[in-house]
Design a protein around this ligand. Structure first.
Ligand code: SF4
Length: 476
């Protein structure tokens, strides 16, 4: 089907606006104040029986990629790759864990899983990785996952991961086209990457993911076809694509990318539709905003069982009720709170060495926040409220505090723009009848493309507005 039959240029212009990505609710720029340390420890302690998932942030990279907006350390400004800084940082993560053990009563047995993200976790040597994980008890019984740069991953590092019981590995490919890789400063080529992925296959990891980025400078339909041909030959278990956000005021290296053509609007949408067409024809199923999985992958089963969630790591599944982030810039999230650690490496290390949490910001969720979070999470993960009868109560609570009339007005506009299917709501006065209709709402193919816009109608801060502040990226 042609692009314009799916989404007209008018709809692209109307909805390709700034909206949050909703990796948290409220989104980070709308956070107010974090809980006090004692309150946070008490909340953690009370939720320990529901388990805890750890996120460990490794901020080091061998070199910087021009498009990247992640928190990572510039190897040119501090000699962070020198062994003693890495060693001190790993010891500090251990100290932070001890602080939590002492104040919250958390123990290794409460851990359900550990994710290592970055930066580049594979800047650690196999010995450093083993040392880091040695603090958290028997790792073989936990869900372990890690992000890797394929260009700098060695066979020995992969063997160490397998020995430690890591099940999910994720390779940051971004694009296979050599021209695009050169523009964005990403080293490595298809041959060397496929070699390391074949090595990973031979070690029987449960799930191998690759990350791609859409909308990179220089990308065209033919360059994306080139990448997708190579993705097909590697047949990863899951694929996640991220939309390139051009934010040079936040990520100054991106300024240098402006000499190249950056696809936006309908042009960027055509890249996404090509990606979807290819992945659907290869039997991948669409999960949430930007994840695709083979039906055999554990996340596909979790999706069928309604156990997929969205958090700072993207879409994932975990049995734990709390995500606890350790390391510089890491974010923790629980039923009632969010907290983020100090981003400055040395400030983070100094604060922890003084026996204090290194929190720089956070948020205590209100009842309205919790309702919006559940509603938005469900829509972003499943594209519908059907089968989620438990939300009836959340909608009732939501409408005690937010306007049903405003929500219905926005939903009807999405419906008339062909973005969702929903029965006509003739009166906004019968709340229960409206809720029953909203619970049957389902996004269309075009609606899934603009899912963040539709989610924003359930965001009380944006209920009156079609777009958010420019601190948020555009929806495409
Ligand atoms: S994309 Fe990954 S490897 Fe490149 S600078 Fe960002 S965190 Fe480092």
């Amino acid at each position: 089907m042609s692009l314009h039959k799916i989404v007209s240029p008018e709809i692209v212009n109307k909805y390709d606006v700034n909206v949050p990505r909703y990796t948290s609710f409220p989104p980070v720029p709308n956070w107010k104040t974090p809980p006090k340390a004692q309150e946070w420890h008490q909340e953690l302690q009370a939720a320990l029986s529901q388990g805890v998932h750890l996120y460990l942030h490794i901020p080091f990279c061998r070199s910087l990629c021009a498009y990247c907006g992640c928190f990572r350390i510039d190897p040119g400004t501090v000699t962070t790759t020198s062994a003693h800084i890495v060693k001190d940082y790993l010891h500090t993560i251990h100290d932070e864990w001890e602080l939590y053990q002492e104040k919250s009563g958390i123990k290794n047995e409460h851990l359900r899983g550990i994710h290592l993200g970055g930066g580049t976790p594979n800047t650690l040597t196999p010995e450093e990785l083993s040392f880091l994980l040695s603090k958290f008890g028997d790792t073989s019984s936990k869900l372990l996952s890690i992000e890797l740069n394929p260009h700098t991953t060695t066979p020995l590092f992969l063997e160490t991961l397998a020995k430690l019981g890591v099940q999910k590995i994720s390779f940051g490919i971004q694009d296979f086209d050599p021209t695009i890789r050169k523009i964005i400063g990403r080293e490595g080529d298809y041959e060397s990457i496929s070699e390391i992925m074949n090595k990973a296959r031979s070690l029987n990891f449960t799930s191998i993911n690759i990350d791609l980025v859409l909308g990179l400078p220089g990308q065209t339909l033919s360059s994306i076809e080139y990448t997708l041909d190579r993705v097909a030959s590697l047949r990863p278990d899951t694929i996640a694509y991220f939309s390139y956000a051009h934010v040079p005021w936040f990520a100054p290296l991106q300024k240098g990318l402006e000499q190249h053509h950056i696809p936006v609007g309908s042009e960027k949408l055509s890249l996404l539709l090509k990606l979807q067409e290819r992945l659907f024809s290869q039997n991948y199923i669409h999960i949430g905003l930007d994840h695709y999985a083979l039906p055999s992958d554990p996340i596909a089963k979790a999706f069928a069982d309604h156990k997929v969630i969205r958090n700072f790591m993207g879409h994932t599944y975990t049995q734990a009720g709390t995500l606890l982030g350790l390391g510089a810039s890491s974010i923790s999230s629980s039923k009632n709170s969010y907290l983020q650690n100090e981003k400055d490496l040395f400030k983070y290390m100094n604060t922890i060495s003084q026996g204090q949490l290194a929190t720089i910001r956070g948020h205590q969720k209100s009842e309205l926040d919790r309702c919006c979070e559940k509603i938005i999470q469900t829509l972003l993960c499943y594209h519908t409220f059907q089968g989620h009868e438990e939300l009836r109560q959340d909608f009732s609570s939501y409408f005690k505090l937010a306007s049903l009339e405003k929500l219905v007005t926005r939903l009807l506009e999405f419906r008339s723009d062909g973005l969702l299917e929903m029965e006509e709501i003739t009166t906004t006065h019968n709340e229960q009848a409206a809720i029953e209709k909203i619970l049957k709402l389902k996004l269309t193919y075009a609606g899934v493309i603009f899912i963040r816009n539709i989610a924003s109608a359930f965001d009380y801060a944006l209920i009156d507005s079609t777009h958010a502040a420019s601190t948020f990226g555009r929806s495409l």
